[in-house]
Design a protein around this ligand. Structure first.
Ligand code: SF4
Length: 241
């Protein structure tokens, strides 16, 4: 493997760390993380109370989750969310009464590779199954959040892996159909990049012979990064979707 390729893989798949809550504050006797507070400012409810029964409710929940987590990481919200300032403004105009949210937190700026983000984004765009700006924004946001070190559903601020599976089935259906062995989503996206763009992730052509099998097909367990502190202290449910 070339050194540049190895660097890409190290950034994309460092040790999974499912911690990383934003700082907690106390509101009305209840601890609420910065990210959960932003989520509530956007939607009117804390993330654990989100109604995602319908597609529109679900789509709004996804955007609020990404923005809430990105805002808790400090720095430019647009950059953390993977959008331009204009795209972020349009997104707020279409989806939220709040026209902006304040970034908080003092995390160090991530070192991200714009070329790599572009390749992930293009792969997602090629596999869109919904019309309009939403899928385009989502492709850019997922691509940027895929540069973060945790499971992809965690770094999108979602509540569990099943929400990521649902959003990919809804907006990137061809990818959902191809992931018929239920690979971890970030690994699956990079597997697609191996096939399309010459990235090197796989040491063997056949998964059953590969030493990384558990990394690609293990359960994506973890705890939501956008949730109230009270909720986060509970034992996380086993994620098997
Ligand atoms: S298990 Fe090995 S061969 Fe299969 S996708 Fe993962 S890295 Fe590639």
């Amino acid at each position: 493997m070339l050194s540049a390729e190895r660097d890409v893989m190290v950034r994309a798949f460092p040790e999974i760390d499912s911690g990383g809550y934003a700082s907690a504050v106390t509101e009305s006797g209840r601890s609420v993380t910065d990210a959960a507070r932003v989520y509530r400012d956007l939607t009117g409810v804390l993330p654990e109370a989100a109604n995602i029964d319908g597609d529109a409710h679900f789509d709004r929940h996804v955007l609020a989750s990404i923005l809430a987590l990105a805002s808790s990481e400090g720095g430019s919200l647009a950059a953390r969310a993977g959008l331009t300032d204009t795209e972020l403004g349009d997104l707020f105009s279409h989806w939220f009464l709040a026209r902006s949210v304040e970034s908080s937190g003092d995390h160090e700026a991530s070192v991200v590779d714009a070329d790599e983000i572009g390749i992930v984004r293009d792969l997602l765009l090629e596999n869109r199954s919904s019309e309009g700006d939403y899928g385009r924004w989502l492709a850019a946001m997922i691509a940027r959040r895929a540069m973060e070190p945790n499971h992809l559903w965690e770094d999108l601020g979602l509540r569990d892996r099943s929400e990521l599976t649902r959003l990919i089935a809804r907006h990137f259906a061809p990818l959902a159909r191809r992931n018929d062995k239920n690979m971890r989503w970030k690994r699956f996206i990079y597997r697609m990049m191996c096939e399309n763009d010459g990235f090197v992730m796989c040491s063997t052509p056949v998964c059953s012979n590969c030493a990384d099998y558990a990394l690609c097909y293990g359960a994506e367990t973890g705890t939501s990064r956008v949730t109230s502190a009270a909720q986060s202290s509970a034992t996380p449910a086993e994620q098997t979707v």
